[in-house]
Design a protein around this ligand. Sequence first.
Ligand code: M6R
Length: 329
Amino acid sequence: MLKEIMEQPQALEKTLHQDRRKFTDIALDILRAGQVIFTACGTSRYAALVGRYLFAKVGRKFSDVVIASEFGYFADAVDKNTVVIAVSQSGETADVVEGVKLARDAGAKIISIVNRPNSMLADMSHHTIHLNCGPEIGVAATKTFLSQLAVFYLLTFSMINSFGKARIQLRDMYSKVAEALDCNNDRLNKLSHKLRDKNDFYYLARGINFAIASEGALKLKEISYVHAEGMPAGELKHGTLALIEPGIPVITICPTDYTYNETLNNAVEAKSRGAYIIAISDKESDIYDFWIKIPQVDELLYPMIAVVPLQLLAYHMAVARGYDPDKPR
Ligand code: M6R
């Protein structure tokens, strides 16, 4: 897992070898569709959630993300004017394959985003985008998540005829991801020893970063066996705030983008109940008890940077608690 976390700059570089014409064709299909539905499970679903925000913000195209195991319950609404984007690292996840079968039978156009070109999903799709980031051996998905995000940036910017511009911006991310890894690895190792006996973690973020909160929580649960919840920060006050007690770690993803002020306000609410605020941000604040510094990037690219320390945190927490991250339950 650690190897795959660390090789993300190189994985990203490989993912950017994509065919501009293919992306343009797929982007046109998406723009022309009556409705666009992403379907996926786990980490791939969180990548799709970032894709959804990008489609809306840049492509002005509304879409929805349906959990693959729930897809069948919505299948009556799928028709030939629907584009279904199936996201799956393996291309073999049974729930995703089942959903795609239903969608195909209903006449939908299927686009799959996979890391294995010879997979079932690829065979069932009208178009397949290959992540091309090398095989992922770890059970916990890391580098494929970053590659999925990169594919969504390329696809979204293809909608506004800016594939080339997006690829140039993404190339700048190799060094930014490397920086986020280098400056946080040792510090997160130390933090994990301090937090290893905590039983509940809350992850907060807004807008395009919300999916990263959920992904951070999933990684922690999957390999460290600690209860963790990721949520849109604005939802905190609608119930969960009642669980915030002194010392509870609250991880706040608050880069200086369009979500910054409101997310910071939610961190203040948690802090006023005694939470230990761990912030992932490019800007320091007195509100933070522990600052995880990330480099400044374009505001739509923060998910790619913010997820990196969360992967490291999950890894170090597992090790600090005496578990092997490469052999999760
Ligand atoms: O191969 P897939 O992307 O379809 O797998 C989906 C999930 O099972 C997967 O992302 C799972 O959540 C990861 N192990 C999380 O790290």
